[in-house]
Ligand binder design. Structure first.
Ligand SMILES: Cc1cc2nc3c(=O)[nH]c(=O)nc-3n(C[C@H](O)[C@H](O)[C@H](O)COP(=O)(O)O)c2cc1C
Length: 450
């Protein structure tokens, strides 16, 4: 069921992988192509990377639900159910000595930027940023593993800035700093999609080990090996691993960086001193262009489906949930079967309690497709009265990259766009026989009916 590594997944994509032979520069040009990809377009492999002979860069990797489903060996229709069923029970990683990621080892590399084709994405970015690095470390107090994607600015030489805005890694750094010690980290680059998805699941501080979650998603343990210079276990079949230490007590300017919100965000952030880089001889560097379908797809499964599963443990009748594309997980639509107004209110409060990222939630009936913007707008236009059906909560925790919070607290809004009980809310329909005829005639001339 599982892919051994990123390159095994790429080898299986066939025509769903676009190979680009023309030279592309990691500075702006690659991001421009990734931004220009059509909806549900193929993954992209840049085979000719300007300034980095022999290196390849992959992007748009999980930008379609079809490819995410393929990565988990399931269908689009079964994606959420597969995720929820598999993640009920973790599969622990195992240690190995067979580690392609150690084929080449650079101890204390002089210039990280010369070694790796790190992309500069947007016009106002302050430099190249690693956007798809799975950052791994352990809590100096408890020994618990932490894992997440964190943006890293390549600053020259061996230094990187790292945005640690979320626990558990921000807590682990605080624990290391309280003891006056650096925090050992390793950054895995070019991992198979299941591991990438597991890294961004909102597991929470008491949640499962995300390496166990990755094993559960792929249906087989992740192979790990101890890093060369830091006390961290790393995925043995990654393409690249960067090892380093977050220096205690130090904060430096990091950014600007064109974020997943569609805006630049700068911060005073911790600093990493790189101690080693290991990689495969012919490594593939992974790109993830912010504010694209690639990010939407990651959030949809790791945050959206995870939230759906958590809500279902608290409430019956939740049919589906979608995080609206392009909103960085701030906007959710939930379909509820046989919705009563009191259920909808409870659901809205549950969502805001469970995911600090969600700011706007619309609840619809299960006759509305949560992924169809036209249907959701229709439900809001015809089943919703603003003064009667809106819930607003003030003084909530603001999300750090949301510019409208201005770095302080924020508010949340829930909208009840579920129907009233009368027949005037029944959707109009076409008789089944006439609809079937229309579909078959359109199919004969090569159209897929809407
Ligand atoms: C595309 C993407 C980029 C992210 N970048 C950052 C980041 O730069 N800094 C950060 O603190 N969290 C970032 N996150 C969130 C962390 O990975 C987060 O810790 C994780 O999604 C939730 O895991 P947790 O419950 O263990 O905190 C990002 C998430 C995604 C999906």
């Amino acid at each position: 069921m599982s892919y051994a590594d990123l390159r095994a997944f790429l080898a299986d994509l066939g025509s769903d992988l676009l190979k680009v032979g023309q030279a592309f520069d990691p500075k702006h040009e690659m991001a421009a192509l990734l931004r220009a990809m059509p909806a549900n377009g193929p993954a992209v492999l840049f085979e000719n990377v300007a300034g980095h002979p022999g290196a390849r860069v992959v992007g748009n990797l999980v930008a379609s639900r079809k490819r995410v489903a393929k990565a988990l060996a399931t269908s689009e229709a079964e994606l959420a159910a597969t995720y929820l069923q598999r993640t009920r029970q973790g599969i622990a990683p195992r240690q190995t000595s067979d580690a392609p990621v150690k084929e080449i080892c650079h101890l204390a590399p002089a210039d990280l930027g010369a070694l790796l084709p790190v992309l500069t994405h947007y016009a106002g970015d302050g430099g190249p940023f690693i956007t798809t690095g799975v950052v791994l470390c352990t809590d100096p107090l408890t020994g618990r593993r932490g894992m997440g994607i964190h943006r890293m600015m390549v600053k020259g030489g061996r230094r990187m800035g790292i945005l640690l805005a979320n626990p558990p890694l921000s807590t682990f750094l605080a624990n290391a700093e309280a003891a006056g010690r650096p925090l050992d980290i390793a950054v895995a680059l070019g991992v198979e999609p299941a591991l990438l998805i597991a890294a961004v699941v909102k597991a929470g501080p008491l949640g499962p080990d995300k390496m166990d979650l990755a094993g559960a998603l792929r249906g087989a343990p992740v192979d790990l090996i101890r890093a060369e210079t830091v006390a961290v276990d790393v995925p043995a079949r990654a393409e690249i691993v960067i090892e380093g230490r977050v220096l205690p007590g130090l904060r430096e300017a990091e950014g600007p960086f064109g974020e997943n919100t569609g805006y630049y965000f700068s911060n005073l952030s911790p600093v990493v001193e790189v101690t080693a880089v290991t990689h495969r001889r012919d490594f593939i560097y992974p790109a993830l262009c912010p504010w694209t379908a690639d990010v939407d797809a990651l959030l949809s499964l790791a945050a959206g489906t995870e939230l759906l599963g958590q809500l279902r443990t608290q409430m019956a009748g939740i049919a589906d949930l979608d995080l609206t594309t392009g909103t960085c997980g701030f906007t959710a639509v939930i379909a509820l079967a046989k919705a009563r107004p009191t259920d909808v209110r409870r659901l809205i409060h549950l969502v805001f309690g469970m995911d600090k990222r969600v700011k706007l939630v619309t609840v619809v009936d299960d006759d509305v497709d949560v992924r169809d913007a036209r249907e959701v707008s229709w439900a809001l236009a015809t089943r919703f009265q603003p003064d009667r059906d809106t819930v607003i909560l003030s003084g909530m925790e603001g999300y750090v990259i949301d510019p409208s919070c201005g770095g302080g607290t924020g508010s949340r809004m829930g909208m009840d766009a579920t129907r009233g009980s009368g027949p005037e809310f029944d959707k109009i329909t076409i008789p089944a026989a006439a609809a079937a005829k229309a579909r078959s005639v359109l199919a004969e001339i090569g159209f897929v009916a809407g």
